[in-house]
Each structure stands twice: as structure tokens, then as C-alpha cells.
Design a protein around this ligand. Structure first.
Ligand code: SAM
Length: 283
């Protein structure tokens, strides 16, 4: 386990994933009843973009830094406000160029009645996560394998909520594990929103993965992808994808609007591409 998200925090893939995550949480917060978030690969919860790791890659420059500073069309700005305002508030509160990981973002956007399970296997990353969000009574941090957590902690007592599966993709077979993870989560929590992140590097692997997901024939499976550069090598990230099972009914239109606004800003060619489509029928 060599992966350290600090090298990539706030990059275009993170912005895409977190912008969509924030829309899902905004939807869940429309009802007063509590929800639960299971974040199977949580990371540290907070990243210092002036820290040594982030400074080595400068990946956030084309991501959150560009998006925060760009004028946005009104509708996209409104859809992105919960996410971008969370980043701005964090920076204002701490006086540093920080970026929230999925746990900090989710906690910031939720209510007192909501609950969170964060799995992080790496000891050092988990210690940082503890320091960041461990004091929050709504959050439980687990030293558990995120893949096993899908079986162990679903369905949640609240019977509503979100499962976020965001693995590092540093091992062979991660796409297949994602499909197996989806099956496991859906079997136990068929009414939950299940969100899987995947990298776009090797287009053949991505195609095969999409086909495998579609073959599960789960109702309401949305595919959201952006490309921010041309495919140059199987090792270099050229885009970012999300599979979302049971998305809020407004999500497809919302993410199309907001990604159409921000993807060109983050893309190397100033255009980029956005794909939002149903892998299995919305009905
Ligand atoms: N979800 C985070 C966010 O959006 O801010 C980023 C997570 S990062 C892509 C993946 C994390 O998963 C890393 O911190 C890594 O240490 C951790 N990890 C790797 N394998 C794991 C496993 N089997 N179970 C739980 N965590 C794991």
C-alpha cells in the first residue's frame, strides 16, 4: 500500500468526484430523516496543498485552484456552491491552502442526525484522519478493509444513505473488485445510493468494466465520466469516472450542467469531454 492521496488531492479527478458527492449529499439532506455514509477508502480527510507531496505534483493547480478562481455560469455556480463554499470556509477558518477529502467534505455538508463510517487501512493515513475528524461524534473511523466493510456494515440502520467506494487502483484487478464490491453492496442495500470511482487511463479496461457493471442489470445505473486530457499512456490519468447506482432523480441533469461548466477549465485542450448516460434504464 504505497498510495498517498496527498499527491493527488484537489486534482481534476478529485474535483469531479467531490462535486458529484456534494450533490448527492445535498439531495439526501432534503429529508429530515438521518442517513449514513459508508466511505470504504477514506484517506486522511484533509490535505495541505502547500505541503511537500502536493507541491511535488502540483496536480491541484489544474483542479480545485482553477475552478475556485474561475467565473462560472450561474446555474453551475449554484450547483457547485455547497462544495466550493466548503473548501473556501475551510481555508478561511484555518488560514492555509487546504483541501477537504471525502470524509471532511461529507461531514461539513451533513446534519447532526447523520452518521458516518470511514475505513482506512493505512495506519499513518488513518492517524491523520483520526486527528481531523475523530472528535466528531457522528463519525466512526475503522481500521478495516473497505471491501470487507461492504459486507460487514450494510445495510445501515438508517436504511438510507450513500456508499462511496474510492480505491487507490494501485493493484491489479481493481476494476473487477469494484464490480464484486458493487454486487456485495447492492445485495445488502438495494435502496442505497452506491457510488464507485474509477480512473480513465486504459480505455479497454474501462470499457470492460462498464460492460461488467451493465451485465449486473441493476436498475438505475448512471455513468458519469470526464476526460481532461487525451489518452497518452496506460499509466497516466486522462479522465475520471463514476458509476452511481440509485442516483437521486435530479443528479444526471445536475452533474451534466456542472461538469459541462468546469471540465473545459480543467482540461489541457481547454475543451475536455463530459459523458453522462444510463448503463441501465432509469425506470
Ligand atoms: N476517498 C478519499 C477522498 O475522496 O478524499 C480518497 C481515498 S484514496 C483514493 C484511497 C485510500 O484508500 C488511501 O488512503 C489508501 O490508504 C486507502 N486504502 C487502500 N486499500 C484499502 C482497503 N482495502 N481498505 C481501506 N482503505 C484502503
Amino acid at each position: 500500500m504505497n498510495y498517498r492521496h496527498a499527491f493527488h488531492a484537489g486534482n481534476p479527478a478529485d474535483v469531479m468526484k467531490h462535486a458529484v458527492l456534494a450533490r448527492v449529499l445535498a439531495y439526501l439532506a432534503k429529508k429530515d430523516t438521518p442517513y449514513r455514509v459508508l466511505d470504504t477508502h477514506a484517506g486522511t480527510g484533509l490535505y495541505d496543498l502547500d505541503g511537500a507531496n502536493a507541491q511535488r505534483t502540483l496536480e491541484a493547480d489544474a483542479g480545485i485552484e482553477t475552478v475556485l478562481n474561475a467565473p462560472l455560469p450561474e446555474q453551475a455556480a449554484a450547483l457547485l456552491a455547497p462544495y466550493l463554499d466548503t473548501v473556501r470556509a475551510l481555508r478561511a477558518a484555518e488560514g492555509r491552502r487546504l483541501y477537504p477529502g471525502s470524509p471532511a467534505l461529507a461531514l461539513a455538508l451533513s446534519r447532526p442526525q447523520d452518521r458516518f463510517l470511514f475505513c482506512e487501512l493505512n495506519k499513518e493515513e488513518r492517524a491523520k484522519l483520526e486527528k481531523r475528524v475523530g472528535h466528531d461524534p457522528r463519525a466512526k473511523i475503522l481500521a478495516q478493509d473497505g471491501w470487507q466493510a461492504l459486507a460487514a456494515h450494510l445495510p445501515p440502520r438508517e436504511r438510507r444513505g450513500l456508499v462511496l467506494v474510492d480505491p487507490p487502483f494501485e493493484e491489479q484487478g481493481e476494476f473487477h473488485r469494484l464490480v464484486e464490491g458493487l454486487k456485495s453492496a447492492y445485495t445488502r442495500f438495494a435502496t442505497g445510493i452506491i457510488m464507485l470511482w474509477y480512473p480513465i487511463k486504459d480505455l479497454r479496461a474501462v470499457d470492460a468494466f462498464r460492460r461488467e457493471v451493465a451485465q449486473l442489470q441493476l436498475p438505475k445505473t448512471l455513468r458519469v465520466e470526464i476526460d481532461f486530457s487525451e489518452v497518452r499512456s496506460l499509466d497516466i490519468l486522462s479522465g475520471s469516472g463514476l458509476i452511481i447506482v440509485n442516483p437521486p432523480f435530479t443528479l444526471a441533469d445536475e452533474v451534466r450542467t456542472l461538469l459541462t461548466a468546469i471540465t473545459p477549465l480543467m482540461a489541457r485542450d481547454g475543451k475536455g469531454r463530459v459523458r453522462v448516460s444510463w448503463l441501465t434504464a432509469a425506470g
